[in-house]
Design a protein around this ligand. Structure first.
Ligand code: GLN
Length: 248
């Protein structure tokens, strides 16, 4: 069984070790006897409809975002179809912003987004940086925490009624005031948190793998892993977020 992953613009959107997220997905799949095949999809490459169980897009600076935004926006239909068909998506920071309707930078230039997430982002005056702790409920009644690190000037506003990825316990989140972080549409998750994100939040890696397996027509049941180190990493970084919070 092979889980097919599309890694969008890996040579442009790759800051803050976002590639570490791919390493976590690869290994957690391998430890369950599953293979993960990662196909880089960059400017001009074809994103074949239905060809991937999981799409990943990482973070990047405004300059890199500007280089890929029109190409990504042109894939809006394919991405929306993939999500409607049950494919999983993880979008981090700059990639998260560009899966909204638009990102308006400091210079006022508006980068088009792919419009998967019902939100808009504008660059603000301050940089929201620091450890961040969230409470998430991706499955009804199952509360989980996410510990990560955020670093963005973009202020993201969700449309009325849109579902955030989580609620901010410590840190800034989307805009520093709503208490919302990230966005979620079906099996697609967008978030500002990197660090990278998945090594210290293995439950999220497994949730994404399970959704990808379902998309591939397989059972989403994954054997549990010991996760001692991963758990310790989460505890340490959650404590840091609680004691220091975010700093502008
Ligand atoms: N445009 C982004 C910002 O708001 C880039 C964020 C990122 O990917 N670190 O700062």
């Amino acid at each position: 069984m092979t889980i097919r992953v599309a890694h969008l613009y890996p040579e442009y959107l790759n800051i803050y070790a976002d590639r570490g997220n791919i390493a976590v997905l690869t290994n957690r799949a391998r430890w369950r006897g599953l293979a993960l095949e990662v196909e880089p999809i960059s400017l001009g490459d074809e994103l074949r409809p239905g060809a991937h169980d999981l799409l990943y897009i990482g973070g990047g600076q405004d300059r890199e975002q500007a280089l890929i935004a029109p190409d990504l926006a042109a894939r809006a239909g394919t991405i929306a179809e993939a999500v409607a068909d049950g494919a999983a998506v993880l979008a981090v920071c700059g990639g998260y912003q560009l899966l909204g309707r638009f990102y308006r930078g400091r210079d006022g230039e508006e980068l088009p987004g792919a419009g998967l997430f019902p939100l808009e982002t504008e660059a603000g005056e301050r940089r929201m940086i620091g450890d961040c702790l969230l409470e998430c409920e991706l499955e009804p009644g199952v509360r989980q925490t996410i510990a990560g690190f955020e670093n963005h000037a973009g202020v993201t506003r969700l449309d009325e009624g849109a579902e955030p990825f989580g609620r901010v316990v410590a840190g800034f989140g989307n805009d520093g005031e709503s208490g919302f972080e990230g966005a979620r549409v079906a099996s697609a998750v967008g978030t500002y948190l990197h660090g990278p994100l998945l090594p210290r939040n293995p439950w999220l890696a497994d949730w994404l793998l399970a959704r990808a397996l379902e998309h591939a027509g397989e059972s989403p049941e994954l054997d549990p892993l010991p996760d001692d180190l991963e758990h310790q990493a989460q505890v340490v970084s959650a404590e840091r977020a609680r004691s220091r919070g975010g700093r502008s």
